[in-house]
Write a protein that binds this ligand. Structure first.
Ligand code: BGC
Length: 385
């Protein structure tokens, strides 16, 4: 009870202007902080900031206003030692060059749209084709390559960074002026990064937002992720063609290398003789989550045995793209000079299913002018012995 009262007081003092005595108390007990530093400038001369969010449980996250990129994520291991668990670069220059969406906000449409086109209310919209014959992750200059307007704040839950970007009608081929807000909150009571996405449009359009962090729970650059153990709370997945476009089928995972309903080590079946594994060159597929669509629920859990780090992914989204870094090949050198080899990381991209605008039976990604797009995903970090 007393503990509860103290916590309430603690939350209250961090919110309101208080007496000097309380200020002293806040200084002692509230090291959760959000700070800003210059990160450089884009080729077009736009200045970019880097925000550092820290909580009281040992977690620290750095986020760039360029691409809303999560640049680093420090989390404790079972011995309390913190390491950075996401791939990326030490400086903005690395992110300005070509890279596979490390840490970035993806929009307007995360994942692929077949042949880079879709029809909405009888009009055909043509997008840039940037992945074989298909459109991937929002186009040539998607939300990962724009500078977001930022506003930082402290809330009763933790420290929060709101990023806002207005995409013009017709940008990258998509209809409607779309204003998107992505709020990153580092919770204070537990090691969790919560991402709230909101968007409004002035014309009917399609939206599918996600974050493209590449995780290695042993620490970024510490070898491959084949020893990580994964559980995915989805009984079906969306099989794909050779270009990774869903066939439309929702296939049961039972009896396939895609059955992660109980924990399996990633490396166990990643080279299985299976047409779908061959299409993805490993895992690069969308799981249909079992929880009710729109409800926040557990999508996946990943455990790394040496560090004892555990990551849980919660989302309101109906799908999860589990990608095992099959296209990483040692050509990129990242933070601290680490070379990112084959399968050096995995992604857990919460989303609506790929190619939904062309698949009437999939949950809809349409957003109308009277509606508000809302989606929440949390990455929660724990440890196990
Ligand atoms: C896709 C992969 C792609 C990666 C980087 C993932 O979301 O599913 O096929 O290589 O993003 O672009």
């Amino acid at each position: 009870m007393r503990h509860h009262l103290l916590l309430t007081l603690f939350a209250a003092v961090s919110l309101i202007q208080c007496s000097s005595r309380q200020e002293e108390k806040k200084a002692d007990t509230s090291p959760m902080t959000i700070t800003k530093e210059a990160f450089g400038a884009t080729g077009a001369g736009e200045s970019v900031d880097l925000y550092t969010l820290s909580n009281t449980k040992g977690m620290q996250v750095k986020i760039s206003t360029y691409g809303g990129i999560v640049v680093s994520m420090m989390t404790p291991d079972k011995a309390g030692k913190t390491s950075d668990v996401v791939l990326g670069f030490d400086s903005l220059a690395g992110y300005l060059k070509e890279h596979p969406y490390f840490g970035a906000i993806i929009g307007r449409y995360g994942n692929r749209i077949g042949k880079g086109q879709f029809t909405l209310d009888g009009t055909v919209y043509k997008l840039a084709v940037n992945n074989g014959p298909n459109a991937l992750h929002g186009g040539l200059k998607g939300f990962d390559k724009v500078v977001w307007r930022a506003k930082e704040m402290s809330t009763s839950d933790g420290v929060r960074l709101d990023l806002v970007y207005t995409s013009k009608d017709g940008e990258e081929g998509y209809p409607g002026t779309l204003t998107t807000t992505v709020s990153y909150t580092l919770l204070n009571e537990r090691n969790e990064l919560k991402i709230d996405y909101e968007a409004v449009t002035d014309k009917p359009t399609v939206v599918n937002l996600t974050n493209h962090s590449y995780f290695n729970l042993a620490g970024q650059g510490e070898g491959n992720i084949l020893n990580h153990s994964v559980t995915i709370f989805g009984s079906r997945f969306t099989p794909v063609d050779a270009g990774l476009i869903p066939t439309g089928e929702l296939k049961q995972v039972e009896g396939t290398p895609f059955d992660f309903r109980t924990a399996h080590v990633i490396g166990e079946r990643i080279e299985a003789k299976d047409g779908q594994i061959a299409a993805g060159k490993g895992y690069d597929h969308n799981w249909v989550l079992d929880k009710p669509v729109g409800d926040m629920g557990l999508a996946a859990r990943v455990t790394e045995p040496t560090s004892g780090r555990v990551m849980e992914v919660y989302t309101t989204e109906p799908g999860l793209q589990f990608y095992t870094g099959n296209f990483l090949d040692g050509t990129l050198t990242g933070k601290g000079g680490k070379v990112y080899g084959h399968r050096a990381a995995f992604c857990m991209e919460t989303q609506h299913y790929p190619d939904s605008p062309n698949q009437p039976s999939f949950p809809s990604t349409r957003l109308g002018p009277a509606e508000r797009y809302r989606s929440t995903t949390s990455y929660r970090f724990l440890t196990a012995q």
